[in-house]
Write a protein that binds this ligand. Structure first.
Ligand code: SF4
Ligand SMILES: [Zn+2]
Length: 356
């Protein structure tokens, strides 16, 4: 059987220019990673349809996303962390899982009820994690309550998900939809699929008795603060019809990405934390859990306000994640709200950014 290459995968998607730039930026990355070590692992708390759980989050190093090899998304630096050669053996992946279990034993008093497996790609793509690996990992975590596995919509398949649901795990697929607006997803994020494919994946997950957690990206490049804000409000509402949880995350500037190139030349500013708060407040009535986990808050390369209030607003966002109560935002205010409102009024997508 012929093997697809990134070039074949890319062909006909109409994104050749973005992909060419992304390939050239990524090729500057030199560092290599050990295939026996996970990219990252940490313990946290997560809000789920069954309540708040201690969570074990694992970023497996599988060799990276197929789409990123073709060029990939404008803000995504994850492929730069992947193993050279693009594939990791079953044994090495299981070593990574063992390292994560050891981390959990050292850092938590009890086993986490929720396990989240990301790969900076698609865990359900068998070029990243084979059926053997998928089943072995399902078996390893069969005694937990819930599991989340990350995947692009193309690879969501009821039989693959049955490996988890058949073991009694409440299972969710985490899909990086980024926005419900196809034009923004294609032209600003350079992600190839349509909203309809996300809907089809959520129906496929549903057929396996699994759910969907949609990931949205606030403020990809080329959108003004106001456009980004409105895009997220509309996207959260649209997603909530197909996903029980929406994780709306502000863009941060990762190395070896188009966003980084723009940022370096003064052409990109991550969103204000006030914008994140505004979307969470505005959409608090939707029939889904809506959360946000701003990474790098308060720094120039992450979502930020003025510097004085960033920690307070971040705390309110984390509080909202667990309680889903929009009144948490009534308790934070700062003089910089006036500057943020002026940016919303005045910033245009052809003259970005208005402030640093
Ligand atoms: S955001 Fe996801 S689909 Fe896009 S390049 Fe990164 S890992 Fe691949
Ligand atoms: Zn402030």
């Amino acid at each position: 059987m012929s093997k697809p290459t990134p070039e074949v995968y890319e062909r006909g998607k109409g994104m050749d220019a973005h992909n060419e730039v992304m390939r050239s930026i990524r090729s500057r990355k030199q560092k290599q990673y050990d295939p026996h070590e996970p990219t990252r692992v940490w313990i946290d708390e997560d809000n789920t349809p069954d309540g708040v759980y201690q969570s074990l989050t694992i970023i497996l190093n599988t060799g990276g996303c197929r789409w990123a090899r073709a060029g990939g998304c404008t803000m995504c630096g994850y492929v730069a962390e992947s193993v050279e050669g693009g594939s990791v053996s079953h044994d090495a992946l299981m070593d990574q899982i063992d390292a994560c279990l050891a981390h959990e034993r050292e850092n938590a008093d009890e086993a986490s009820g929720l396990v989240k497996i990301y790969t900076s790609g698609s865990f359900l793509d068998e070029r990243e994690a084979s059926a053997e690996t998928r089943r072995a990992i399902a078996e390893t975590f069969a005694d937990r309550e819930r599991i989340v596995v990350e995947s692009l919509p193309d690879f969501v398949d009821r039989e693959k998900l049955a490996d988890f649901t058949d073991r009694g795990l409440e299972t969710d697929v985490a899909v990086g939809l980024e926005t419900a607006t196809d034009r923004v997803r294609h032209d600003c994020v350079n992600k190839y699929f349509d909203f309809e494919e996300f809907v089809a994946a959520s129906e496929e997950a549903d057929a396996a008795g699994a759910g969907v957690k949609a990931y949205l990206l606030m403020k990809p490049p080329f959108l003004s603060e106001r456009e980004a804000l409105e895009d997220m409000k509309a996207s959260v509402r649209k997603c909530a019809e197909h996903a029980h949880t929406v994780s709306m995350n502000p863009c941060n500037v990762q190395r070896y990405t188009m966003v980084d190139e723009l940022y370096f030349r003064g052409g990109y500013r991550p969103p204000w934390l006030w914008s994140v708060a505004e979307v969470l407040c505005d959409t608090a009535d939707v029939d889904a859990i809506v959360v946000s986990d701003p990474v790098g808050h308060g720094s120039d390369r992450g979502p930020h306000n003025c510097g004085d209030c960033d920690d307070r607003v971040q705390r309110a966002i984390k509080d909202f994640d667990l309680r889903q109560d929009p009144t948490v935002f009534e308790q934070v205010s700062c003089d910089c709200e006036g500057a943020w409102e002026a940016v919303l009024e005045e910033e245009t997508s052809y003259a970005l950014p208005l402030t640093r």
